[in-house]
Design a protein around this ligand. Structure first.
Ligand code: SF4
Length: 462
């Protein structure tokens, strides 16, 4: 795939010529198409696909059932990947997949995540294809299986019927089956959804998705390792001024609003901060406020993370200086605060140094921080030990099943989802978008509380 700033060929044509495209609307991504891509599309298409993959990741970690996942995948795809022109949709599909391969080939952890999300996406999209198109995809993957001959089918029909009944399907057995080595359909074997005999699994046409997904997984897995080699040996250096920064930023990308400009209605003052922390701050910010009150000091990482959050929540520069001075002066005196620390507060507001108006940190950025000894920034779901996290959540009024559910998400490293569940438990509402930014947590919380206050007022006035 060549990245240029000029006109490009249609990927659909290129894909058809090279095998990058699939039988119908679903490409198999076996070969990178020879096409030209505009730099803007390189990034924008990848961001849209990432929104789909992140939505899938969220759905999976929330434990959605297969029917719910099918609906979710189809909605995500429609929302982010569709185009009025079907050929453009296919272009976008293929280009975005290959760009993300580049982004996610770079570490074992990134490869694992990408592979798992792409497999899930492919699985649900395959299920939405017509039977004809599914057969074409099977031949595209060059799966060597032939439908079971009639005589062999008759010989095992009763067994097939028993398995069908045991998994809640109607007793009338499907008529097209494939006999495959059992290790090629591990998910079907593990969930006892196939009849096994002499090392073979009898896979019904409606289960063929497992065969195709196994093949898909193996192709993408190998391709990611090869892409990683190319990335390290040549691409990274060759593209250091153009693609490399985009690729490196994409795996950590945050797609929501940046909260750098709070609207005037959202102004907060230093005297509100403790009360707001109790009702509406996410755990990371509550923790830093607590430590600041306790030690009258926060190191630079904490001042940045917490200071920018407060700015995004609506604390104006003069109020920020008052707030920080009131704490720091208890430890270092006002004079030293004005000399050594006020600069960094003004700096956060773009009034010093390069005069950049700094943006509050997203969850992803906070989660990937590595706080050292004496630091209190970072994400408690990621950086606290279990005991401390339990105590902190108890302090927020979270206990019982809700608490165990949150700790379970933490064990599986779904930190933002753990924070989302905390939000849901403490506000008694569901938060389908998930928490992606501490300032989003804050503003969603304020919305919920304001709506509750409004309801109480309405009730008391009637
Ligand atoms: Fe803060 Fe985000 Fe971690 Fe929640 S998930 S505690 S908002 S960094």
């Amino acid at each position: 795939m060549e990245i240029v700033r000029s006109q490009r060929q249609l990927a659909a044509e290129a894909a058809a010529a090279t095998g990058g495209g699939g039988a119908g609307a679903l490409p198999t991504y076996r070969v990178a198409p020879q096409l030209e891509v505009r730099l803007e599309e390189f990034e924008l298409f990848a961001i849209d696909r990432l929104r789909v993959l992140k939505g899938i990741s969220d759905g999976l970690s929330r434990g959605k059932r297969p029917e719910e996942m099918e609906k979710l995948v189809s909605e995500l795809w429609k929302a982010h990947m569709r185009h009025q022109d079907p050929a453009e949709t296919l272009n976008k599909d293929i280009i975005s997949h290959f760009v993300l391969r580049l982004v996610y080939c770079r570490t074992e952890e990134l490869r694992k995540w990408f592979l798992s999300m792409e497999m899930t996406l492919f699985r649900y999209r395959f299920r939405l294809e017509s039977p004809e198109s599914q057969r074409l995809l099977m031949s595209e993957f060059q799966l060597p299986y032939k439908a079971l001959p009639h005589s062999e089918f008759e010989a095992v029909k009763d067994k097939l019927s028993q398995v069908a009944r045991s998994i809640g399907q109607s007793a009338s057995v499907e008529s097209v089956f494939f006999k495959v080595p059992f290790e090629e359909v591990p998910d079907l074997v593990a969930s006892r959804r196939v009849f096994l005999s002499k090392g073979y699994a009898y896979v019904a046409m409606s289960q063929v998705v497992s065969l195709v997904v196994t093949q898909f997984r193996s192709n993408i897995s190998k391709a990611l390792v090869l892409t990683n080699r190319k990335w390290t040996s040549t691409i990274k250096e060759q593209e250091k001024d153009r693609l490399t920064p985009i690729v490196e930023a994409l795996s950590n990308a945050y797609f929501g609003p940046d909260y750098s400009q709070p609207n005037d209605a959202a102004e907060i003052s230093p005297k509100d901060i403790d009360q707001l922390a109790r009702t509406s701050f996410p755990l990371c910010m509550r923790h830093m406020l607590e430590k600041l009150r306790e030690n009258h000091h926060l190191k630079n990482g904490g001042r940045m993370q917490f200071g920018l959050f407060l700015k995004g929540a609506g604390l104006k520069l003069e109020d920020a200086l008052t707030f920080w001075r009131a704490e720091f002066s208890q430890k270092v005196g006002s004079e030293r605060f004005d000399k050594e620390y006020a600069y960094s507060i003004r700096h956060n507001y773009g009034k010093e140094g390069k005069r950049t108006d700094y943006t509050p940190y997203s969850c992803q950025k906070i989660i990937s921080a590595t706080p050292g000894v004496g630091d209190y920034h970072g994400c408690p779901y990621r950086h606290f030990g279990e005991e401390n996290l339990r105590a902190a959540l108890n302090n927020m009024g979270v206990s019982g099943n809700a608490l165990e559910g949150i700790l379970d998400k933490v064990k599986n490293r779904h930190y933002q989802l753990a924070c989302t569940l905390t939000f849901e438990a403490t506000h008694n509402v569901s938060c389908d978008t998930g928490i992606n930014h501490p300032n989003q947590y804050f503003s969603e919380s304020q919305k919920v509380l304001q709506a509750k206050n409004q309801t109480v007022q309405n009730q008391s006035s009637t």
